[in-house]
Write a protein that binds this ligand. Structure first.
Ligand SMILES: NC(=O)C1=CN([C@@H]2O[C@H](COP(=O)(O)OP(=O)(O)OC[C@H]3O[C@@H](n4cnc5c(N)ncnc54)[C@H](OP(=O)(O)O)[C@@H]3O)[C@@H](O)[C@H]2O)C=CC1
Ligand SMILES: CC(=O)N[C@@H](CCC(=O)OP(=O)(O)O)C(=O)O
Length: 345
């Protein structure tokens, strides 16, 4: 199958190139850039020499549509909403790694993304691509909204417990920490070495675009309106997200029972690894891989639960999950092209 990437020269685009190049069922036929078309990808990323040396092309809808059977958008928010429908109308399934098709309600999109949604009728058609939770719906989708990176880590930890009504949905706190690659390759003051090194910085508290995304899904799962307290921090590392999540238990239950509940919920997927009691995951243990590792502990004294969820933001939080979604749509094994062990140390 011929695939293409719009926004191929950003961090999630370049990770897609790494994964798709090794994928047994696809040929990466087209890579598209906004500002660097005409440039060989190796000029921007010399590590691809002798591996993948194609030239970046400009975005021309008819030309792209004639060269691909499947398309990934790895563009910033507020870009794919204007372009993606032109391709699905031509019968080309699309996976959008940005947030443009994640929210059902165009008013909520406008509130959190500060833009009108120019193709709001596609919001109801789009399937939320949380691949380990919604595999059946994703199999039949033409438009897949790949989840945000923090939202992936948090929802994979919370959905099984909310669905089984094991925790209260009134007091969920998600404390997120991310490496700087989460902010993309575009240079900015916040990601300068001097700003990030030996520093931990909270940002966009109460305003982060993953808040409505997580609340939408948890509300659907629970059946009641769910609101979450969510904080985000920039950490001096390249890749990785850790969400430490706090919730109140609804009933007396042990750590071992919760581990068992997770194991049962995720027995159909190889990508969720639940730690045994007493072991908590760290970001290095998933680095470069499509795993989400979960650790859980019950504090009998307070009746509170702490869950630690870690992913590689560029793999599970973006391009790896997008490849998993492509596998689902095409009826391939879900781990095709994703059988990478984490890089350690
Ligand atoms: N990095 C991460 O860990 C994650 C990223 N995401 C999401 O993935 C998307 C891409 O992120 P990331 O790769 O980090 O970002 P980068 O800034 O690294 O790359 C952005 C890409 O989009 C292209 N682009 C920028 N503006 C436009 C435009 N107006 N029209 C068309 N193309 C454009 C850029 O091309 P050019 O350089 O030629 O302008 C570049 O290829 C974002 O929506 C991001 O939120 C989601 C989860 C995790
Ligand atoms: C460190 C950092 O800046 N991270 C980004 C995460 C980007 C992402 O996953 O999200 P979207 O696709 O929803 O934009 C952020 O907090 O916005």
């Amino acid at each position: 199958m011929r695939v293409g990437i719009i926004g191929a020269n950003g961090y999630s685009g370049i990770e897609l190139i790494r994964l798709l190049h090794e994928h047994p069922h696809v040929t990466l036929n087209l890579i598209v850039s906004h500002s660097t078309s005409g440039t060989p990808i190796t000029e921007l990323y010399p590590h691809l020499q002798a591996i993948y040396e194609e030239q970046l092309e400009a975005l021309d809808v008819d030309k792209v549509a004639s060269q691909v059977d499947f398309l990934f958008f790895a563009t910033p928010a507020r870009v794919s909403k204007d372009w993606l429908p032109s391709f699905t109308q031509k019968g080309i399934p699309c996976i959008d790694i940005s947030g443009d098709f994640r929210l059902n309600n165009p008013d909520v999109y406008k509130q959190w993304y500060q833009a009108e949604h120019t193709n709001a009728e596609y919001l109801s058609e789009a399937v939320y691509g949380l691949a380990d939770v919604y595999p059946e719906a994703i199999k039949h989708a033409q438009v897949i909204a790949n989840p945000g990176c923090y939202a992936t880590a948090a929802l994979l930890a919370l959905i099984p417990l909310v669905e089984k009504k094991l925790i209260s949905t009134k007091s969920i706190i998600i404390d997120g920490k991310s490496g700087v690659s989460g902010a993309g390759r575009k240079p900015s003051l916040t990601t300068l070495f001097g700003e990030v090194n030996e520093n931990v910085k909270a940002y966009r508290l109460g305003k982060h675009q993953h808040i409505p995304e997580m609340e939408q899904i948890l509300t659907e799962v629970s059946g009641d309106t769910v609101q979450v307290t969510f904080s985000t921090h920039l950490i001096p590392m390249t890749r990785g997200i850790m969400c430490t999540i706090y919730a109140d238990l609804q009933e007396t239950i042990t750590t071992d029972d919760l581990i068992h509940a997770y194991d049962m919920y995720y027995d159909h997927t190889p990508f969720i690894r639940v730690r045994p009691e007493g072991s908590l995951p760290s970001t290095k243990e998933v680095y470069g891989s499509n795993y989400c590792d979960l650790g859980v502990t019950v504090d009998k004294r307070t009746g509170k639960l702490t869950i630690v969820s870690v992913i590689d933001n560029v793999v599970k939080g973006a391009s790896g999950q997008a490849v998993q979604n492509m596998n689902l749509v095409n009826g391939w094994d879900i781990d095709e092209g994703l059988k990478y062990s984490p890089v350690y140390p």
